[in-house]
Write a protein that binds this ligand. Structure first.
Ligand code: CUA
Length: 195
């Protein structure tokens, strides 16, 4: 008979069974590896949230996705950027396969609050090159606060796969000079065609 393989799982045993204690040992080893992986992932979540301020969105604010266009905060006339007491609030609706409105102007050097919701499936809201990223889930309002130091333009692609037109779903945020913003009409705040 040839030398028995060192891996006990490959050893041929009478009856074809691996001994129970070897099974227990292997299972225990995998259990510790899994616990180690979990601990590392938890550590990454804790460290990034403390050091880099990366928090999962916690704004659990329900809304009825069926009546968005009929009543409440997200009726079409209320969308876009509005000057409010605590800065500028931007309201957007994500739907297959566009954001409404698809461009929004905001002032530089001002606290900006983005409030988004979805009319159909899960979409994503991200500002390229900014620490702004959240899921837009039907039935909930997603809220992100940020501010922009300087005028500029940010692309805003949907970053959650939402269907066949997903890759064509994107919008823009145009940051204008602070003093210029109050002079814009609500229509101009959502129209980025160069005047
Ligand atoms: Cu909306 Cu992808």
């Amino acid at each position: 008979m040839a030398d028995a393989p060192s891996n006990p799982l490959e050893q041929r045993l009478p009856g074809g069974f691996v001994p129970q204690d070897e099974v227990d040992r292997t299972e225990k080893r995998w259990l510790f590896i899994m616990l180690g992986m979990l601990a590392v992932m938890m550590l990454i979540v804790v460290v990034t949230s403390i050091v880099h301020a990366l928090h999962p969105p916690s704004n659990v604010e329900p809304i009825n996705p069926v009546t968005l266009h009929l009543e409440g905060e997200f009726v079409e006339s209320n969308l876009g950027a509005a000057l409010e007491t605590d800065g500028v609030t931007v309201r957007l609706v994500a739907q297959q396969f566009s954001f409404v409105p698809n461009c929004v102007k905001v002032p530089a050097g001002t606290p900006i609050k983005f409030r988004l919701t979805s009319a159909d499936v899960v979409h994503g809201f991200i500002l390229v090159d900014r620490n702004v990223n959240t899921m837009v889930v039907p039935g909930f309002v997603s809220e992100v606060r940020t501010s922009f130091a300087n005028p500029g333009e940010y692309r805003m692609p949907c970053d959650e796969f939402c269907g066949l037109g997903h890759q064509g779903m994107w919008a823009r945020v145009v940051v204008v000079v602070k003093d210029q913003f109050p002079k814009l009409t609500p229509e101009q705040r959502t129209n980025c065609v160069s005047e």
